[in-house]
Design a protein around this ligand. Structure first.
Ligand code: COA
Length: 169
């Protein structure tokens, strides 16, 4: 398994992985029309090309035997009021292919994400996680994140509550 910073040349791979892992994670517990709307607005080769060219975004890609199995994105953008640590950066997306859950990939990717955040000069790492995503919340708590508040995430037409979690770097 290797972890590297993705480049615009990876747009098709990241886009496919991102779409698939998002669908796998949330399709069963959400409305199909909202899912379709969200997927259309979030994942395509053009959209991921823009993100991979964006200096405010760092994308980490995990590969095993040449196959992409996980990715994470860090982003400097708006910061919710409940995040009050110094120099914050958002862990915007963090997804591991289902076949690799519970096998240490997520921990390795988190360690690399923390290093990448430090390299960007951040001192506080924050994220939003759906209040009903128990596995992810348990994983983040295991990684030292604590609950700091909430914000709204618009899933298609459905305004959902995300817990905002924070850790010091
Ligand atoms: C979230 C994610 C990255 C965590 O990686 P992982 O390899 O599954 O994490 P781990 O197995 O190390 O840790 C998950 C913990 O949750 C626990 N868990 C599993 N299912 C659970 C559930 N339904 N409810 C509560 N906890 C659960 C596990 O037992 C484990 O804790 P333990 O190590 O103390 O036993 C991965 O599951 C994933 O990619 N999920 C889909 C995408 C996603 O939800 N991303 C986050 C978006 S904010």
């Amino acid at each position: 398994m290797t972890i590297r910073v993705a480049t615009p040349a990876d747009a098709a791979v990241v886009s496919e992985l991102a779409r698939r892992t998002f669908y796998d994670t949330f399709a069963a517990s959400n409305d199909a029309a909202d899912m379709a709307l969200y997927l259309a607005g979030a994942y395509s080769i053009d959209i991921q090309t823009r993100e991979l060219n964006d200096r405010d975004v760092t994308t980490l890609l995990v590969e095993d035997a040449g196959a992409a199995i996980a990715y994470a994105m860090l982003r400097t953008d708006h910061v919710p009021e409940c995040v009050n640590g110094p120099d914050p950066i958002e862990l915007w997306r963090f997804y591991v292919d289902r076949a690799w859950h519970g096998r240490g990939v997520a921990a390795a990717l988190m360690a690399r994400a923390r290093t990448a955040a430090l390299e960007r000069g951040a001192k506080t790492l924050w994220l939003g996680v759906w209040e009903r995503n128990d596995r992810a919340r348990a994983f983040y708590a295991k990684c030292g994140f604590v609950d700091a508040g909430e914000h709204i995430f618009l899933f298609g037409t459905d305004p959902q509550t995300d817990r905002v979690m924070v850790t010091a770097l």
